[in-house]
Write a protein that binds this ligand. Structure first.
Ligand code: FA5
Length: 339
């Protein structure tokens, strides 16, 4: 019997080493040490032996059982480790994969500049109030005091898409839409795309973008307009930037001004054409007729408005000398504007 036990022990120890998976190791363990396993049957057979034999053989069987349990446990750890390693390998992510396969995009420079400007005005309490790109003559012209035969209509050659319906030629339609829907005091910013039948050249495009600002409140003056635009110029072009106001004409503002920002070049450059000043936007006090057209009493409220060309501001900020670069979708150009 002693010999049988030794033989069984050797045979099982070899099988434990040969087994290739934790599942098979478990089956083997059940086959040897389970309720009706081979070693368990030997233990059960001890009942028929004399007490002296029982104690001698019992010790041998228990020793064999302890050795087998130890061998099963050690092999279990080994196989588990192998299996986990194989699993991790099969599910591994290859972090060395060519990075060029996944390119991270970046914002278009116009989006960067628009977001900077909008966020700055929102920080001053302005609310973004977008208006339609396709609008009527009423909102684009009439309500803004640009009457039918008004020569100002020639200033903004317009794309008509139907009877009295047009692609807006400026974001000033947003002034009317805001004043019709919000009771003063109001402080809105209206960014968006606008269209004019202009030929494309280095500074003009038939499709471009504007950002309109409008504030209506009691007691507003040109001083308030100048204050905000002066801060704006410092924010967008740099702390040392000054502005100057030149008299101008827009039918919807009275008085009207063109606003110039001082050029940082000091000695005269292509952008300021040697004058030291760059025209940045049109502005003025909201014409009383326009307030009345929107049901606002001009003896109680006054307002100021400004409208800037986004491309113009953007190109001054980045030193871009030709507006066409912005629309050509040349990735070599666009990838330079990572924020
Ligand atoms: C207007 O459009 C007025 N609505 C601005 C305004 C708003 C005045 C509120 C007073 C109160 P203007 O036509 O000058 O103004 O256009 C404003 C800016 O749009 C210009 O300074 C210029 O930067 C830009 N712009 C005009 N035409 C083009 C074009 N074809 N391509 C690119 N930018 C243009």
């Amino acid at each position: 019997m002693q010999q049988d036990i030794q033989q069984l022990l050797n045979k099982v120890l070899t099988s434990i080493q040969e087994v290739g998976s934790t599942d098979k190791l478990y089956d083997l363990k059940v086959q040897v040490l389970g309720k009706s396993g081979e070693l368990t049957s030997i233990l059960k057979g001890l009942r028929e032996l004399t007490p002296a034999q029982k104690s001698e053989i019992g010790k041998i069987v228990n020793d064999a059982k302890a050795k087998l349990e130890q061998a099963f446990d050690a092999r279990q750890i080994e196989l588990k480790h192998q299996e986990t390693t194989a699993l991790l390998k099969s599910q591994a992510v290859d972090i060395s994969i060519d990075k060029h396969l996944r390119q991270i995009g970046n914002f278009h420079p116009l989006s960067i500049t628009r977001n900077r400007i909008v966020n700055w005005f929102v920080g001053l309490g302005f609310v973004v109030h977008e208006s339609p790109e396709i609008d009527t003559e009423y909102y684009n012209f009439q309500a803004l005091n640009v009457l039918d035969d008004h020569p100002a209509r020639d200033m903004q050659d317009t794309f008509f898409v139907g009877d009295g319906v047009l692609l807006r030629s400026h974001t000033s339609n947003g002034q009317i839409r805001a004043m019709e829907s919000i009771k003063p005091p109001l402080k809105i910013l209206s960014p968006g795309t606008v269209y004019r039948a202009d030929n494309i050249d280095a500074t003009h495009s038939p499709m471009f973008h504007q950002i309109e600002g409008l504030v209506v409140d009691k007691g507003l003056t040109m001083g308030d307009l100048k204050g905000i635009l002066s801060l704006f110029a410092k924010f967008v072009f740099g702390e040392k930037t000054e502005i100057r106001l030149r008299p101008s004409y827009f039918p919807f503002t009275e008085p009207s001004v063109e606003v110039d920002a001082s050029c940082n070049c000091k000695s005269g450059c292509k952008i300021c054409r040697g004058t030291g000043w760059i025209e940045i936007l049109g502005a003025g006090m909201v014409n009383q007729k326009v307030l009345s057209n929107c049901g606002i009493n001009p003896s109680r409220f006054s307002g100021f408005a400004f409208g800037m060309g986004l491309e113009r501001i953007n190109n001054i900020v980045y030193g871009i000398t030709d507006i066409r670069h912005l629309y050509e979708n040349d990735l070599r150009f666009l990838r330079q504007f990572v924020v």
